[in-house]
Each structure stands twice: as structure tokens, then as C-alpha cells.
Design a protein around this ligand. Structure first.
Ligand code: PNS
Length: 162
């Protein structure tokens, strides 16, 4: 039977750190579903449809990886519907772990689904969607930290200040 995992996130927008985790997840599982979900702690910048488009463009054609929106749903319900046996998340450091552990335990409590943590690529340890947006909007150079399509989308959505 095919092994399926879910890589969940807000992806507002996708970064090279996210892509690294998605690519590595695809070496461990037969199918990867990149799930764009709602995080109540965050206000969105890009509409969900645009986030999906950017992830798809950044990933290119990958037959075993698909991107879908599940806004407004519990992650564990999404995993059950998809027949996914695991959630895959990247960890940039101990702060991420402190944030992710309660969610992993809650998800396992709810349905038994396990979370697999992958150590993030140290090259992207300082990269988050929020910091990317802030640095770009204030004129900082984020080249190499996000895919080119995201850089172009940020220039359109968040013009840089002089
Ligand atoms: O990229 P993010 O914002 O860190 O991702 C967090 C996300 C979207 C994966 C998390 O907020 C989530 O799982 N949301 C879906 C709703 C849900 O299942 N909440 C209970 C989590 S224990």
C-alpha cells in the first residue's frame, strides 16, 4: 500500500525552507500532499489560491506531490480523508520544536496520526514567511531564500519602501 504524508502549513508564501522539507518528504513517502491550512494565529497576505499557485510553480511537475487547500478544517480530519499515515514538519530549532510539540501531541491524541520532524536545512534556519515579508517590504534583499516566482509575487503584492 502506498505511504502518504501531509506537509501542512500556511505557506504565506512558500519559502525555500518549505520546499526543502517537501522535497525530502517525497524521498520518504510514496505520495506527498502539501496542505494549505488555516492558522488562527496569523492574518493572511496572499489569497489561498495564490499560495497554491506559487507552491505549484516553485515545485514544477512532480507526479507524487500535490498541493491542495483545506482551509477551515482540522489537520487530523484532512489526514484521515487522504489516508495519510503521517504529518511531516521541518524544525529550524528549539523554538520550532516548542511550538510544534503540543500540536503533534494533540494531533496524535485526536486520531493517532504521527508527526515526523525533519531537521531543517541550516541554510534556511533564519527563514520564515513572516520575516521574508517584513524584510522585503522594508527594502532588504531576500534573493536565494524564496523561489523566483515568490520574489516576483512579493514585488507585486508588497512594493518595497524607498
Ligand atoms: O505554517 P504554519 O502557520 O506554522 O502552519 C500551522 C498549521 C496551519 C499547520 C496549523 O495551524 C494547523 O494545523 N491548522 C489546521 C487547524 C488544526 O488542525 N488545528 C489544530 C492543531 S493541533
Amino acid at each position: 500500500m502506498a505511504t502518504i504524508c501531509v506537509c501542512p502549513g500556511s505557506y504565506d508564501p512558500v519559502t525555500n525552507g518549505h520546499l526543502d522539507v517537501i522535497e525530502r518528504a517525497s524521498t520518504l513517502f510514496d505520495e506527498v500532499v502539501v496542505a494549505v491550512l488555516y492558522n488562527p494565529a496569523k492574518t493572511g497576505t496572499f489569497p489561498v489560491a495564490r499560495r497554491i499557485e506559487l507552491i505549484q510553480q516553485a515545485l514544477g511537475s512532480r507526479p507524487r506531490v500535490r498541493v491542495e487547500s483545506f482551509a477551515g478544517r482540522l489537520l487530523v480530519d484532512v489526514c484521515q480523508d487522504l489516508g495519510a499515515g503521517a504529518i511531516v514538519k521541518g524544525l529550524r530549532g528549539s523554538t520550532d520544536f516548542a511550538f510544534e510539540l503540543p500540536m503533534a501531541l494533540m494531533n496524535r491524541h485526536l486520531t493517532g496520526v504521527e508527526t515526523v520532524f525533519l531537521p531543517g536545512n541550516p541554510a534556511y534556519e533564519h527563514v520564515s514567511s513572516s520575516l521574508i515579508k517584513e524584510v522585503h517590504a522594508l527594502g532588504g534583499d531576500i534573493t536565494g531564500l524564496v523561489p523566483d516566482v515568490v520574489l516576483a509575487a512579493l514585488r507585486e503584492a508588497l512594493p518595497q519602501r524607498d
